[in-house]
Ligand binder design. Structure first.
Ligand SMILES: [Zn+2]
Length: 247
């Protein structure tokens, strides 16, 4: 199985398509003639399309060659709703940036597949699905440390006074209490909603069904997107569409 995570025009009739495959990780393929309606792919391949992929690693320059792609999962539910669609586009952009080509990540594939399926359901809380996806992807790539205590002095986050300033440092990969905040110049102030959101995500990851209300989910998303941006050294194109501006 493969999910289309990026496309670029190559010529009038051909595309370069970046797929995230379950078995082989990310692959970059040239789809010759894909944009012709009678091509083997039935026309241009869209972002988020998921299906069976046949390709050859015989290269055309640095690209593999797409032989056949048949879309088996429709993302119609996702495409109807802008907020859900933006969340999905952010997820595939993140996967494309975080996971190097030709490096298999079946767990990350399943994570993406499941998150896209959930987002496409009308009753799914979009911000919560996105927050959990970011959390799990950070865990997968080894960028999620212990967020339940201060990385400076070890104080448990539950014991930090509610009205004190608590920070997250991407460089240190953890939390800083008010007393330790000078340990890093790079830091992100955690609002109470973000703290609660992170606690809920940790509980959910431990296998307990946990509600993640919208304000907590969106504050957690903001922090997790910040962490990715710091690690990548850039803000992703879709970030501003998934993070709500502060009022
Ligand atoms: Zn501390």
């Amino acid at each position: 199985m493969a999910i289309c995570i990026r496309t670029t025009d190559y010529s009038e009739t051909s595309q370069v398509v970046h797929f995230f495959t379950r078995r082989g990780g990310a692959v970059n393929l040239i789809a010759k003639g894909a944009k012709r309606p009678k091509s083997s792919t039935g026309g241009a391949i869209d972002l988020l399309a998921e299906g069976e992929l046949v390709f050859s690693t015989k290269t055309s320059g640095s690209l593999g060659i797409l032989m056949e792609f048949s879309e088996t999962i429709s993302r119609a539910g996702l495409r109807r709703d802008t907020a859900r669609l933006n969340g999905a586009l952010y997820m595939i952009e993140l996967v494309g940036e975080m996971l190097p080509p030709s490096d298999p990540h079946p767990d990350a594939f399943d994570l993406l597949h499941n998150a896209l399926a959930r987002l496409g359901q009308g009753d799914a809380p979009a911000q919560a699905v996105l927050a959990y996806f970011q959390w799990r992807l950070l865990r997968h790539v080894g960028l999620l440390g212990g967020l339940d205590h201060c990385t400076g002095c070890g104080m448990p986050i539950a014991e930090m006074p509610a009205n004190s300033n608590v920070y997250f440092s991407s460089t240190l990969g953890g939390i800083l209490c008010e007393g330790c905040d000078e340990a890093s110049a790079e830091k992100f102030l955690l609002k109470p909603q973000a703290r609660a959101g992170l606690a809920a995500l940790a509980t959910a990851e431990a296998g307990q069904k946990t509600p993640l209300p919208e304000p907590q989910a969106s504050q957690a998303n903001k922090l997790l997107a910040y962490h990715f941006a710091q690690q990548l050294g850039k803000t992703l194109r879709m970030t501003r569409h998934i993070i709500k501006a502060e009022k």
